[in-house]
Design a protein around this ligand. Structure first.
Ligand code: URA
Length: 233
């Protein structure tokens, strides 16, 4: 972890204040004064500020059930950020691992562990995301095969990775993706001449959404570890 971040995670100083503390020589790592904010502190580094030893707070991991008309951003824009749903300290330290559109509902993961979220969202790790989709027209008979083979989205030059379609009834399907291109589900159905009327993310890896809309909960240690093991880079 960068030294400035290490200080923020061990104290209540902001990033700007941490920078000032480092640049004025008040931070010592393993008995040497360090002036570089980008210095990488490790698990075993002994870091002191004005002679007091610092220990970063443990990482935090949450699931939340996103309603429509909230956005997956750290700041409010046209709609409020989903982070407003979380009544926990230091929300500004958290980020969203895999965004949903404003009109999509469902499972969103929030953490301050950048390594963990990188593993989950990195396309090379092929983490499965399961979406429930309501369509405006009946699903075409060749849709499952076309999605399994990969399709070319408008404006792109690479086929989508194989995706699994499970048909519930002609208007309702589950789609499982292992990548997360911009508006991917909506664009995939558009490419086969259909339209998504509503979209809901039900599952990420082995983790299923199990809370009411607008609610959140901490992930258990077992859930955090299972998702890491499934998607280790
Ligand atoms: N695909 C979309 O089109 N929208 C989302 O919110 C997620 C996946």
């Amino acid at each position: 972890m960068r030294l400035d971040k290490f200080i923020c995670k061990s104290t209540h100083y902001t990033l700007a204040e941490a920078l000032m503390l480092i640049e004025t020589g008040r931070v010592i790592v393993n008995e040497t004064v360090v002036f570089e904010v980008s210095y990488q502190a490790h698990k075993n580094s002994v870091v002191t500020l004005d002679g007091h030893s610092l220990t970063p707070r443990p990482f935090r991991y949450f699931m939340l059930h996103k309603p429509v008309d909230m956005i997956c951003s750290n700041v409010d824009e046209k709609y409020p950020s989903v982070l407003n749903l979380l009544d926990v300290d230091s929300v500004s330290e958290l980020h969203i691992a895999g965004r949903l559109d404003a009109d999509t509902t469902g499972l969103v993961l929030v953490t301050d562990d950048g390594h963990w979220s990188f593993n989950l969202t990195s396309p090379s790790n092929k983490c499965e995301k399961v979406y429930k989709v309501l369509l405006s027209k009946p699903i075409s008979p060749d849709a499952a095969q076309r999605f399994a083979e990969g399709i070319l989205l408008q404006g792109e030059s690479n086929l989508t990775l194989p995706a699994t379609l499970q048909i519930i009834d002609p208007y309702n399907v589950f789609l499982t993706l292992t990548e997360g291109r911009f508006h991917q589900v909506k664009r995939m159905f558009s490419a086969i001449g259909n339209r998504v009327k509503s979209l809901h993310r039900q599952q990420i890896g082995s983790l299923e959404l199990d809370i009411e809309e607008g609610h959140w909960r901490s992930l258990t240690l077992a859930e955090v570890e299972t998702l890491s093991v499934e998607h280790l880079s």
